[in-house]
Design a protein around this ligand. Structure first.
Ligand code: FAD
Length: 458
């Protein structure tokens, strides 16, 4: 006896990632059961029972697919027939080059479209533990506010340190914007087995006057408040915001993340720095560096002003700014394979913000990809993920191996995640050509990746 359809894939979480994953799976002719806990169980941020609710801003950011990495991600999702993008386009609001969305009709239409699809079943209710063993293919897309019962079960399956509940995000800087006539490569006390280990950090020196000015700016900077529910979550002593450290004493940072020991400045070997800011390589490509120990609650505008006071970072371009937020996410570089499956239990895939991407669009993109990979596997036609020259592939590569597992923090899509282009001028002046080069290459490669994909069937 042959079955009309393969067994269903279960998607847990009907947010941006889960809704897109369900759409892609059904589009490939595989039945899908989408489990959403709202309205039975609420989160502090969602206000409705609609699928794909936008919990905060109504912006999908830049829609420029030639000069902007998130705009390129829009392009790729449209090319892949994404439900989130096509619905967003129908409910867009005027916002210059950004894509802003009329949130209620958007979510209502995503919900109605999925509910009307003959291969989609929507079940309301919390999955309050690991999915039952008889669900042979599952995508977990429960987002930054994954319910505690499911989060606990995932933590037991992985280990204590594999699931974070806060981002303590240090700012990340594009390497090309760092002034190497002031900064230098060196690990403290030249520690390390290999030359790469011994030069794993970039160091920015400060003299006393520069340090005092930096502390003054830090103490004067405007900060964002912790929300009540954030205050109650224990996390603090291990990752204090730098401005809180500075409030505890003007010398605290100099004895903490900014200690000047074990380092010699080759640009001025005779002068001992009073303090040193260290940056650590943030991706395998070496295009991004994070400022070590610099998690902060400073407002974004204040951060750029304060961090550009650091010698060597005067013209820093930020891939992301620092922050501290409630956010449940996996240590994906350690836990997930290149097909987004949990190494410890490969019937479970993860998608969306819980994988350590950041943002509505990135979350939906990872849902799109997980849905396609799961459906292809179910149909016995396993496909390779898109190449890392595409925005979708670059994000996937970052979360499943490109990022350093030890310092992994959620990431927006940005051109720093893309393999460099050989034949395009570097530096600020070459930027427009370089970004155009990235997006042209990505579109060609994404088109080629889509070409052999299974044709939609209903
Ligand atoms: C407070 C807050 C504000 C944010 N603001 C922005 C912003 O302005 N712009 C931006 O780009 N990004 C923002 N983000 C980050 C992120 O883009 C969004 O959280 C985005 O919604 C993530 O998509 P997702 O599909 O991964 O998760 P979600 O959209 O949160 O979807 C997850 C779904 O899973 C459900 N769920 C959870 N646990 C279970 C369970 N055990 N069983 C069944 N269902 C479950 C939830 O109810 C939810 O519907 C914000 C995040 C937070 C927490």
């Amino acid at each position: 006896m042959t079955k009309a359809h393969p067994d269903p894939i279960h998607v847990v979480g009907g947010g941006l990632a889960g809704a897109e994953a369900a759409w892609q799976i059904a589009g490939m002719g595989v039945p899908v059961i989408l489990h959403e806990m709202r309205p039975e169980v609420a989160t502090f941020a969602h206000k409705t029972e609609a699928l794909a609710e936008l919990v905060c801003s109504n912006s999908f950011r830049s829609d420029d697919d030639e000069q902007n990495a998130v705009g390129l991600l829009h392009w790729e999702m449209r090319a892949a027939g994404g439900l989130i993008m096509s619905t967003a386009d129908r409910h867009s609001l005027p916002a210059g080059s950004a894509l802003a969305i009329d949130r209620e009709p958007f979510s209502a239409e995503v919900t109605a479209t999925l509910a009307a699809h003959p291969l989609v079943t929507i079940e309301r209710g919390e999955i309050a533990g690991l999915p039952p063993a008889e669900w042979s293919s599952v995508i977990i897309a429960t987002g930054p506010l994954t319910s505690p019962a499911l989060a606990d079960a995932i933590r037991q399956l992985t280990d204590e340190s594999a699931l974070a509940f806060f981002d303590a995000i240090a700012p990340i800087i594009h390497f090309e914007s760092i002034n190497l006539s002031k900064a230098w490569f060196q690990s403290r006390y030249d520690k390390g087995e290999t030359e790469a280990d011994r030069t794993a950090y970039l160091n920015c020196p400060m003299d006393r006057a520069e340090y005092e000015a930096f502390i003054d700016a830090l103490l004067a900077a405007e900060t964002t408040e912790f929300k009540d529910w954030e205050r109650d979550t224990p996390y603090f002593e291990g990752c204090l915001p730098i401005e809180v450290m500075a409030e505890r004493g003007r010398e605290t940072l100099r004895h903490g993340p900014m200690k000047p020991v074990g380092l010699t400045n080759p640009h001025a070997p005779e002068r001992k720095p009073y303090a040193v800011v260290q940056l650590r390589r943030d991706n395998a490509l070496g295009t991004l560096y994070n400022i070590v120990g610099f998690q902060t609650k400073m407002k974004y505008g204040a951060q750029t002003d304060v961090f550009r006071l650091i010698p060597g970072l005067e013209t820093a371009a930020f891939a992301r700014l620092g922050g501290i937020h409630r956010n449940t996410f996996l240590n994906s570089p350690r836990l997930l394979d290149g097909q987004m499956r949990l190494r410890a239990d490969p019937r479970l895939r993860f998608a969306g913000q819980v994988t350590g991407v950041e943002g509505y669009v990135e979350s939906a993109a990872m849902g799109l990809l997980a849905g396609r990979l799961a459906a292809a596997e179910r149909l016995g036609r396993e496909v390779a993920p898109p190449p890392e020259t595409t925005a979708t592939g670059a994000l996937l590569r970052h979360i499943t191996g490109g990022a350093d597992a030890k310092t992994f923090q959620p990431m927006n899509v940005n051109f720093g995640l893309f393999p460099p282009l050989d034949d395009v001028r570097g530096g600020r002046r070459g930027r427009r050509d370089r970004y155009k080069g990235y997006t042209d290459r990505a579109k060609a490669d994404f088109g080629a990746w889509l070409a052999p994909a299974p044709v939609a069937a209903e």
